[in-house]
Design a protein around this ligand. Structure first.
Ligand code: HEC
Ligand code: HEC
Length: 291
């Protein structure tokens, strides 16, 4: 390759390629470009040594710095948890009824509780906690088992009529299909339908059936009993519906709503946070004033 061809006009070497007599000049790359190019190669090699890079059979080379995206996320989560550690400890120590007295603590509990609710409770009680047939609305101030924060926390911790927690809230309405005649069922269904219009449960044709069978749990006034989870039947809020069909089904078969116990699945701060969240949704009741 000694006798390199040169272009007559510019004096530059040619590559030897020629098209219709037009020859290709062999202009060298600019030096700055070349060095930049070599620098990126060196940088690339160093990078693959420091950081995860080369695909291996089941993972990739780890890199001598030990950095990973997973590790970075774990670090950020740990940082966030460390930042909230004080509030979490405070939430566990504070008496539930006093949580709302401290705005920072209440804010933490409600935010944290909303996340716990979305993950664990919304499949039954709905995303916005408005409930569905058989799953109580937690936004209103009608409570089966009580709406004070301590009562809510008990419900969450132990659940209702489940077989996993010996302290679960429990009661059982009898299935009156086995007790009443068809006429009595029809009579009491019609009677219950008048209660949310303000009728006296103990009066009228069905008053005696009410007094002897229903008053023990739902009360002589029909307003229910939190100790037994017996709903108020006078407030026009229905868990299972107020049509003749729904009420007949409820009274003939009874319903026996079941809620799981969360004490074993959630941490103490999660139980407390979700209770604070539910309590402030709109229907939470204040604790009775201390004597
Ligand atoms: C598998 C469905 C299910 C899940 C999940 C569930 N619940 Fe319930 N919950 C129920 C049912 C059913 C009832 C009503 C039981 C009854 O008839 O007494 C209830 C009742 C309640 C009550 C009592 C309401 C009252 O009026 O006294 C509260 C409070 C409550 N749930 C909160 C929660 C929270 C908080 C979570 C999440 C940690 C949760 N629930 C998860 C089914 C569920
Ligand atoms: C041992 C207590 C008990 C007795 C007695 C009882 N109930 Fe109930 N009742 C309950 C409980 C607890 C519920 C909540 C539903 C459940 O089982 O999940 C309920 C629910 C109902 C509901 C559904 C309310 C709704 O919001 O959908 C109706 C209606 C009702 N009872 C009517 C009656 C009538 C009428 C009688 C008398 C013939 C009666 N109950 C006797 C405990 C009782």
């Amino acid at each position: 390759m000694t006798d390199k061809k040169r272009d007559d006009v510019t004096g530059t070497e040619t590559t030897g390629h020629s098209w219709d007599g037009i020859e290709e000049l062999n202009t060298p790359l600019p030096r700055w470009w070349l060095w930049t190019f070599y620098a990126t190669i060196v940088w690339g090699v160093i990078y693959t040594i420091l950081y995860p890079a080369w695909p291996l059979v089941s993972s990739a080379s780890a890199g001598v710095l030990g950095w990973s995206t997973r590790g970075e996320v774990a670090e950020q989560i740990a940082e966030a948890e460390a930042a909230n550690a004080d509030l979490r400890a405070q939430l566990i120590e504070t008496e539930l009824a006093a949580v709302s007295d401290d705005p920072a603590l209440q804010n933490y509990a409600v935010q944290h509780g909303a996340a716990v609710f979305r993950t664990n409770c919304s499949q039954c009680h709905g995303q916005g906690a408005a409930g569905a047939k058989g799953y109580p609305n937690l936004l209103d101030d009608a409570w089966l088992w009580g709406g004070q924060i301590e009562e809510i926390a008990y419900t969450v911790r132990h659940g209702i009529r489940n077989e996993d927690d010996p302290d679960a809230r429990y009661s059982q309405m009898p299935a009156y299909g086995e007790i009443f005649s068809d006429e009595e069922i029809a009579l009491i269904v019609a009677h219950v339908q008048t209660l949310d219009d303000g009728a006296d449960p103990m009066a009228g044709e069905a008053g005696e059936l009410w007094a002897n069978n229903c008053a023990a749990c739902h009360g002589e006034d029909g307003k229910g009993n939190h100790d037994l989870g017996a709903p108020n039947l006078t407030d026009a809020i229905w868990l299972y519906g107020s049509s003749e069909e729904d009420l007949t089904y409820t009274i003939v078969n009874a319903r026996f709503g079941v809620m799981p116990a969360w004490g074993a699945f959630l941490t103490e701060d999660e139980v407390r946070a979700v209770s604070a969240y539910v309590h402030q949704l709109g229907g939470g009741e204040d604790a009775p004033a201390a004597e």
